[in-house]
Design a protein. Structure first.
Length: 575
């Protein structure tokens, strides 16, 4: 692929120095030039695909240009079976007379094109696409239907019927909406969506409407995948059905609404948290699936390294002080905090929590739900807690100055206060709290521990395969893992995702948290007292005490064969 290297250089995608490094890495790790360039971070899959398109004179297909989508109604799944498509990374696009259009990632594979001719009995017109996008499109074309498509096919109505109302239509027939929502097809369709989402280990269901279509997406292991969309004429009835289940106002379509409901599946009670937001073309629904049976509140199983776990348990057993867990929404903070409380709870400790919402109900802990509409906020509940003789207080999130100051006062008067903040890393919580008006000397006296976390996808243990990693990248992973006795990079076996029936062809199964945990020592408290929010000095003092960053935590899981280098790099920032 020397021509490809030159095309990437001439088009400005790579510099000559990057080209030489990628060629050297490809030779050392016995992989292709483009694989080496991507793994070294010099370029991206779509840049390679565009370059290949130029090199071979083959059209480029992607989700963005709307070419990478199989034509419905042509029985293409019979022309190219699913197993063959997945194994060879090909996707049938459309059939025009005797010509079959196929998307593939390697247009230079003459043997594959000849095999496609024999298999299909048609002439082949090749389109180039990235491996990632082909796999996603295969998921949507072959797997996307199942329970949902079966429901639609079993009870097809008149697809040409348009919605009776639009976003701007004030003449809303509520009686008709209620009747439609209770219709057999609408009920069956919502049930099928819920059933399929639970089978596929979905965390969030997205139902959204655009000008010409309705979209249905499932978030699985942190990634959104499209599924077979419901028909446009059923959209209003589906939204009304979800509102009725969530005890929301079906007449209100101008304001956001939040609700919840529960379903029972295979003797498991599953809670769904519903958020409805008015958009330009119609209301968007997001349903968060809270499967209590799938959450294991064991501190030893959330992903902490032994030293990190010991530091957290030591801080959680302190008689007083502040303990902050940071990270973005959906990073697993609630599960980690639930595991911590589940570890320290006992009959002789009074633990109280104020959360919005209460996602994990834990026996033996007094949990309170925020109700801002009646004045029950984090700050007001926290003030009330102080009259309830608490030992440990968990505040779901510190969002404002009043809550931050109340937490500080509670920590300084003999209570352990555990809470969360939305910051990019653990020690940035110091800067955030000082920005909220907390005095540095008071924070230095009360802050016991600051931690941060992210979630990384775990490789499917049944289909993961050894990966070819450039020597420079292997050295970097071993070096940045900060192990006391680092292994020889040449002896480490790295893995990559492949895909099988068990993991729905994604190559990943489940997620695990990676952490950075900073136990505040005397040197770090002195820095806060003297310099305030100097995160750089705090991090340096923590590293000198043997603590490590989130990327180091992630690379340790890479060295244990649990995840991939790319997955860790995608959720962490290099120092």
């Amino acid at each position: 692929m020397s021509n490809l290297a030159e095309i990437l250089v001439s088009s400005g995608v790579l510099t000559e120095d990057q080209r030489d490094k990628a060629q050297k890495a490809a030779t050392q790790s016995r992989c292709t030039f483009n694989e080496a360039a991507i793994k070294l971070g010099f370029t991206k899959e779509d840049d390679i695909a565009v370059a290949l398109s130029k090199q071979f004179g083959i059209p480029y297909a992607s989700r963005e240009n709307k070419i990478l989508k199989s034509e419905k109604g042509q029985a293409l799944e019979k022309v190219i079976p699913e197993n063959y498509a997945r194994e060879n990374l090909v996707l049938p696009l459309f059939l025009d007379e005797n010509v079959l259009a196929v998307a593939l990632s390697d247009p230079d594979n003459v043997l594959l094109i000849d095999n496609l001719k024999l298999l299909s009995g048609h002439e082949i017109q090749a389109f180039i696409a990235t491996k990632t996008q082909i796999l996603k499109a295969i998921d949507e074309f072959y797997v996307g239907g199942s329970a949902i498509e079966n429901t639609l096919n079993a009870k097809k109505g008149d697809d040409e019927i348009e919605e009776a109302t639009t976003v701007g239509d004030e003449r809303l027939n509520l009686d008709q909406l209620a009747v439609d929502a209770a219709g057999a097809q609408t009920v069956s369709l919502i049930n099928a969506i819920l059933k399929q989402s639970i089978q596929e280990r979905t965390s969030d269901i997205h139902i959204e409407k655009y000008d010409e279509r309705v979209a249905l997406r499932f978030r699985i292991d942190g990634i959104l995948y499209e599924r077979s969309p419901p028909p446009k004429h059923l959209f209003a009835a589906m939204i009304s059905r979800i509102k009725i289940l969530s005890k929301l106002d079906i007449a209100e379509r101008r304001l956001p609404q939040d609700g919840q409901f529960s379903i029972k599946v295979q003797n498991r009670v599953i809670d769904l948290r519903v958020s409805i937001c008015p958009c330009v073309f119609g209301e968007k629904v997001v349903m968060r699936i809270l499967d209590k049976g799938a959450v294991d509140l064991d501190i030893n199983k959330v992903g902490l390294d032994p030293r990190q776990r010991d530091d957290i348990i030591e801080a959680a057993n302190k008689p007083h002080g502040l303990f902050f867990m940071t990270g973005p929404t959906g990073s697993g903070k609630t599960t980690t905090l639930g595991a911590i409380l589940n570890t320290i709870k006992s009959p002789d400790i009074n633990i109280m929590t104020i959360e919005d919402p209460v996602e994990l109900k834990i026996e033996g802990i007094n949990q309170v739900q925020v109700r801002a509409n009646i004045g029950l906020t984090f700050a007001s509940a926290l003030r009330s807690f102080l009259r309830q003789d608490p030992d440990v207080i968990l505040v779901g999130e510190v969002r404002d100055q009043e809550t931050a100051q109340t937490c500080l006062r509670a920590a300084l008067t003999g209570h352990l206060v555990i809470s969360t903040l939305h910051t990019n890393d653990a020690l940035s919580c110091v800067a955030r709290l000082i920005d909220m008006g907390i005095e540095p000397f008071m924070l230095a006296n009360s802050l016991q521990l600051a931690a941060a976390q992210r979630l990384v996808r775990l490789l499917c243990p049944l289909c993961k395969k050894p990966a070819k990693v450039p020597a420079e990248l292997a050295d970097q992973v071993v070096r940045e893992a900060l192990l006391e006795t680092p292994p020889d990079p040449a002896s480490v076996v790295f893995y990559e995702a492949r895909g099988c029936d068990k993991c729905s062809r994604t190559g990943y199964s489940g997620r695990k948290a990676i952490y950075e945990v900073y136990k505040l020592n005397a040197a770090m408290k002195e820095i806060i007292y003297r310099y305030g929010a100097d995160v750089g000095k705090l991090k340096k003092a923590g590293e000198e005490a043997g603590m490590w960053t989130m990327r180091a935590s992630g690379f340790r899981k890479v060295l244990n064969g649990l995840t991939t280098i790319d997955e860790v790099m995608s959720v962490t920032v290099s120092d």
